[in-house]
Design a binder for this molecule. Structure first.
Ligand code: IDP
Ligand code: MG
Length: 154
């Protein structure tokens, strides 16, 4: 099933001038970009986005690191996109993430780990609403689908 998922290119990506390279990884994989924008996060949106981590000792540092520069928010679309994007993003800690994954290839940090990716259909739905207005996500119709998938996959 065609799914949509949220990816954030974190300040670690923006500061290290890796925006293009990371977008390229997703594009080359065959994920379609249905929405994309740059925005400055604030404490309120991060408290919501990282609510599951609010009691962790690193919560304050995490929020600060996510506000250091603007981030790039992307809505990626594809068959099973939520799981596929998590898979190619790799394990949270860049030092333990497999080579070939984005985190495994681009970072050394457990926290400044290049991208955020929604981890479930419920999270993807809530997170896309958190970062995009409905009109900022585009209907790509059948663009490229016949090149990306077999007829019985879509
Ligand atoms: P995920 O990004 O792989 O889904 P989560 O557990 O949802 O991982 O954590 C969200 C973010 O919080 C991580 O991407 C990372 O930036 C940060 N984080 C998670 N665990 C730690 C930790 O143990 N130390 C420091 N930062 C952490
Ligand atoms: Mg998570």
């Amino acid at each position: 099933m065609l799914e949509r998922t949220l990816v954030l290119l974190k300040p670690s990506t923006v500061e290290r001038a890796l925006i293009g390279e990371i977008i390229n990884r997703f594009e080359k994989k065959g994920l379609r970009i249905a929405g994309m924008k740059m925005l400055q996060l604030d404490d309120d949106i991060l408290a919501e986005h990282y609510a599951h981590l609010k009691n962790k000792p690193f919560f304050g540092i995490l929020k600060a690191s996510m506000m250091k520069t603007p981030v790039v928010a992307m809505c990626l679309e594809g068959v099973d996109a939520i799981a596929v994007v998590r898979y190619i993003t790799g394990y949270t800690n860049g030092r333990k993430a497999d080579p070939g994954t984005i985190r495994g290839d681009y970072c050394m940090s457990n926290q400044q780990n290049i991208v955020h990716a929604s981890d479930s259909p419920e999270a993807a739905e809530a997170e896309l609403k958190r970062f995009f207005r409905p009109e900022e996500i585009f209907d790509l119709k059948d663009m490229n689908l016949s090149r990306l998938y077999a007829v019985d996959e879509i």
